[in-house]
Design a protein around this ligand. Structure first.
Ligand code: ADP
Ligand code: S3P
Ligand code: MG
Length: 174
């Protein structure tokens, strides 16, 4: 059982680094409920993420993402799996840092491509997953570095990543 904490564990990282999957493992291990930001956004909007991008555009999605993030972080004791672009707004990063213990998941380009390259649920990958992921990795090269801890997930199972996070978490002072 994880130490009694008021904090939240917030997972950030590029799409395909395993935030949603590892978040579910962490929820099982800690007993904290998993909140997946994309799922909450989709529920709030009443449609899947790709449809939201197609019908309302990315700026609208980012506004909704910021609003839902702010609201969900009023809770305590949750595992929050964010979407890969949540770090694009400074206000989101400040909110995540002040309301949680932030874990950045990383993975190599090849690993991300192999995990999500064929996934129609990632509208930003349309038109060529490998090149789009490469471009996003470059654009966001340092965007995740504000995290309290950074975990390379390449070549590790979700269970191994979850265990590594919990080792850091139990050793953290917050
Ligand atoms: N450590 C891992 N090793 C191998 N595959 C993984 C790992 N973490 C996640 N996956 C797989 O990669 C895909 C994307 O995972 P997901 O949790 O949706 O990532 P994110 O939420 O960061 O976009 C899923 O098919 C998932 O099963
Ligand atoms: O990287 C991004 O900008 C995005 C990542 C997605 O979430 P995942 O990281 O869970 O795939 C989702 O929020 C949307 O497609 C935008
Ligand atoms: Mg996800």
């Amino acid at each position: 059982m994880v130490k009694e904490k008021q904090d939240n564990i917030v997972l950030i990282g590029m799409m395909g680094t395993g935030k949603t999957t590892v978040g579910a493992r962490l929820a099982e291990e800690t007993g904290y409920p998993l909140v997946d930001l994309d799922a909450l956004i989709s529920e709030t909007a009443g449609c899947p993420i790709p449809q939201l991008f197609a019908e309302r555009g990315e700026p609208y999605f980012r506004d909704l993402e910021a609003a839902v993030l702010r609201d969900v972080l009023t809770q305590e004791g949750i595992i929050l799996a964010t979407g890969g672009g949540a770090v694009l707004r400074e206000e989101n990063c400040l909110e995540m840092t002040s309301r949680g213990w932030v874990v950045a998941l990383k993975a190599t380009l090849d690993e991300i491509v192999s995990r999500v390259g064929e996934d129609p649920g990632r509208p930003l990958l349309a038109g060529g997953a490998r090149s789009r992921i490469e471009a996003l990795l470059e654009q966001r090269r340092q965007a995740y570095d504000f995290a309290h801890v950074i975990i390379d997930t390449s070549g590790k199972s979700p269970e191994e990543v979850s265990a590594e996070i919990l080792t850091h978490y139990r050793g953290s002072s917050n």
